[in-house]
Design a protein around this ligand. Sequence first.
Ligand code: ADP
Ligand code: MG
Length: 724
Amino acid sequence: MTLLRFKMVDAALNHRAVDVAAPEGRPSDYFGEKVFNRKAMRKYLNKQTYEALVDTIENGTPLTREVADGIASGMRQWALEHGADHYTHWFQPLTGGTAEKHDAFAEPDGKGGVLEEFSGKLLIQQEPDASSFPNGGIRNTFEARGYSAWDPTSPAFIVDTTLCIPTVFIAYTGEALDYKTPLLRSISAVDKAATEVCRYFDKNVNRVISYLGWEQEYFLVDESLWAARPDLVLTGRTLMGHESAKNQQLEDHYFGAIPLRVIAFMKDLEYECLKLGIPVKTRHNEVAPNQFELAPVYEEVNLANDHNQLLMTVMDKVSRRHHFRVLLHEKPFKGVNGSGKHNNWSLGTDTGVNLLGPGRTTMENLQFITFLVNVVSAVYKHNGLLKASVMSATNAHRLGAHEAPPAIISTFLGAQVSAVLDKIEESRSDEVIRFDAKSVFKMSGISRIPSLFLDNTDRNRTSPFAFTGNRFEFRAVGSSDNCAEAMIVLNSAVASELTEFKREVDMRIEAGAKKEKAIYEVLKNMIKACKPIRFDGNGYSDEWKEEAARRGLDCETVTPVIFKRYLDPETVKMFGDLGIYTEVELEARTEVKWETYVKKIQIEARVLGDLAMNHIVPIASKYESVLLDKAYKLKELGMPSTSDIELIKRIQDHTAAIQQMTIDMIEARKVANKIESMYEKAMAYHDTVEVYFEKIRKHIDRLEEVVDDQLWTLPKYRELLFIK
Ligand code: ADP
Ligand code: MG
C-alpha cells in the first residue's frame, strides 16, 4: 500500500498550470464591472436619487426613506442584470474575516409565485443573528441583538451570484462589534483635526483624506500536499517539519521567474480583483520559496481596507481553481521568512496635496514638516498601543523573530529628513530654518523655501514604521490581520496629536506670536520630545533591543500583556476624547483579543498533541521495531550492531520525551481551562501550554531526520515549499 504522502506528492507533481481564458477586452473595459459604482449608479438611479446618494457619500447627509427605496430598487435591478440572485450585508466581525448571511431576492408573492423584493429598509439595516459573533461581553446571548447598517461610502459589489452590501455591525446599545465602525470614526477624527491644521497653510482645504496602500504577502502550497498536513489545514501553519536542505539561502526566489502554475493563478486572481474594482498593480515573488506579494494602488482607507478583506476571500476561492491553497498565516514555516502586510499610509487634502510629501513653496514645506513631526510624535506617544494593534497569537511568531520588524516600534526617517529635524532642533530661538532643493539649509528670517526633494532610495528594510518619501509604511501588520485595527490606532493617535498641536500653536498666536513662528516653536519642542522613537539603524540587532529599553520604548514581548495597552489610561482618554471607542468597547475588544489568543493556542496544542500521538510516535515505533528485529538477528549471528542499537536508543528517547511532554501539555491545558479571568487564562496558555510547542517539535523534527522516509506520513518541507 502506498502512503498517502506519496500519493499526494504524485498528485502535486501532476498539477499543471490551469488554462485561464484571457479576459475579454482591456482592464479599462472590465474594471469595476461587478461594482455598483458611480457609473452604474448613474445608469440605474434616477437623477434625484443619484444626487441624494452622492451627497450622502460625500457629505454624510442622511438618506430619506424614499431615497433609500429608490437606491434599493436601482441596485436590485443592476444586481439581477449582473447575475445576482441573493444579497447579503457584508461585515467585518472581530473574529477576523468577513461575515455574510445570504437572502434570496425572490420572495413568495402570496399568490403561488415569487417576486424579486429588495426594499430600502433591507438595504439600510438588518439584524443578523449576532449571538455567535464575539462581543467581549457587550451583549449577552439572551439579548443578542445587533444590527448591520449600510456604509454608503463603500460601494456594493457582486461575488459569484450574491450582491454584497458593505455594512457596519453594531450592538443595539450602540457599541461597535466590528472593525469598520471604529475605522470610520477614526477617519472622521483625523479629517477634522488635520483639516484644522491645514487651514494654517491653506484656507481652501475642507477635508483631509487618509489613504492606505497595502502590500499583501502570502504563501501558496499545493492543495494535495496541504490536505495531507492536518496542522496546515487546522491551524494555518506547520507545527512540525525538519528544515529543507535547500530553503531560502540562495535567495533565488526573490524577483526570480514566477512558476507557470503561479502565473496562471495570479492572472486569474488579478482579473477577478479588477472586476471587483480592486486596483491591483504589482505582483512579485517574495524572499521565501512559494511566497508572493500582491499590491494595489492606494485608496481611501475605508475602501482600501474593504478591498483587502475582499481580496483575502477572493484569493482563497481562486487558489482552489488552481489546486493551491493560500496561506495567510504570518509564519507558516519555521526557518523561512514569514508574511506581513505593509500598510502604506498618508494624508491628503481635498485640494490634492499630499501632506506627507515635500512641496514646492515655503508654506508647503512647513506644512509637510508639520504633518511629519506630528505623525512621528504620535507614534512615539503611542508606540506600545501601535504594537498592540498588530499583535496576535499568529503575528507573534513574526514580530521579534530575526527576519521581521522587532516587537519594538520605532520610526525610520532617512538621512535627509533626519537632518532637517536635527537642524530645527538645534536652531536658536530667534531663527527659522529654511531648506533648499538639495537640502542645504539656510538660516534666515521668514522667506522662501524652494522645493525639497527626497531621495526615495534611502530606505531601511528593518524598520517597522518607515518614512518612504511621501508616506509612512507600517510594516509590522500581520498578513492575516484586518488592516483596520492598525489604521484605527494610527489615525486616532495622529488626530489626537494634531489637536494638541493646534491648541499649543493657537495659544502662542493668542499671546502675540506670528503664526509661522508659533508653528516652528511648537514643532521644535515636539522634535526634542519624540527623539527616542527615531532609529535609523539595524532594527534586527540585539543592541537595538537594549538601546530601545534605555530609551523607554515599549519592549514588551508577551502577547497577552501587549493587549493591555488598549486599557492604559492614556489610551482610554485618547479614544474617548476623539469619540472612537468608549471604555466599555475597549474592555470588550481586549477581552475578545485574549479569548481569540486562547482559542488559537488551544487548537494548536490539540493538533500538535494529536499528530504527535497518532502520527509521529506510531511511525517512529514501527521503525524502531524494524531496527530492533535487525539488531536482535545480528546479535544471533554474532555480528556487531552498535550503531543500530544507538539509533534505537535515540528513537526511544525522542518518542519517550514526546509522549511525556504531550501528557504534560494536556494537563497544563486542563488547568488553564478552569481559569475564569480571560487575561489570566491567556497568560496561562502563554506561560504553561505554548512553551511545549517548540520542545515537542524539536524531538519530532529529530525523528523526521532519522526515520525511514518510506514510513513518514506528513509531507515534508522540501515537498511543500517548492512548486514545480
Ligand atoms: P514598495 O517599494 O514598498 O514595494 P510600491 O511602490 O510597490 O512600494 O508601493 C507600495 C504601496 O504604497 C502601493 O500600494 C502604493 O499605491 C502605495 N502608495 C504609494 N504612494 C502612497 C501614498 N502617498 N499614500 C499611501 N500609499 C501610497
Ligand atoms: Mg513596501
